[in-house]
Design a protein around this ligand. Sequence first.
Ligand code: HH2
Length: 306
Amino acid sequence: MTQEPDAPSFCYSLAGGRTLELDRRRPRVMGIVNITPDSFSDGGHWLEPERAVEHSLRLLEEGADLLDLGAESTRPGGGVYGSGALDVTAEEELARLQPVLERLRPLTDRPISVDTRKPNVAQRALELGADLINDVSGLADPEMRRVIAAHDCPAVLMHSRGELATMQSNIRYRDVVSEVTSELNGAARRATESGISRLILDPGIGFGKAFEHNLELVAGLGRIGQLGYPVLLGTSRKGYLGALTGRQPEERIAAGLATIARALGAVDILRVHDVAPTMDFLTVWAAHDTPREAFSRRTFPDGPPA
Ligand code: HH2
């Protein structure tokens, strides 16, 4: 994380009257809460509302700057996840999400994002106090754009190509970084024209991307940042890290941290399952740029160690 004096910063006001301050010199950490039976790495762990709330509070205690609640698995089909996630109706998605959001909202002032592709789920989530919407289908649905514009809230616009069920077959790019950047630019323009003024762009790691595309996108993230919006990266526990290391999803923490190391300086939000190790990583990384005398007495009550 180089301390570039001209690193961009953004201050986004949120639907709930809160704010999200972003500073590329110190990316924010978004803790993932999957209220699903079938997410690729933690399906079924937090399906019970009490357990999802407990897990959310734990991630906040570990230092998450914001949370991302998702009640539908979006693991793509056609690749390592076989036929991919099962379709979930809006009713089912809301039945999972609502009790968690209702209990969690009064317990934290940190921003809560909701990961959904469905405008009516987004609408209800915003009424229940969600602060922003994360849409893995890139705000392609005009009704989703209308809901977000009407609530005047920020949105994560993630890149993907094709339908979830088939996007991991027949993947073709000539130059993945240029093509993803240009497609994100087009989608951002459509969103802006629909009245959405605060966007966060995401290359969509693993969504319609082959193994090498994920590596190229992490290394080339700076190009997406040049579009002038904050950038979110979601590599946590993903399949290509398993292909590189041979490890199961929960064992991919170190692999995920390596992707973060590559992205630092070009990313504003890190979407992760493993908040505590990510916080440790960012703290120690940043410490190398901090003069020793600047460490506070809160960090070292007896003064910095010799
Ligand atoms: N990845 C997943 C889900 N939502 N949203 C954004 N913006 N970017 C991502 O990379 C992204 C996302 C997949 O991860 P996870 O939520 O853990 O899995 P599942 O979709 O199986 O619930």
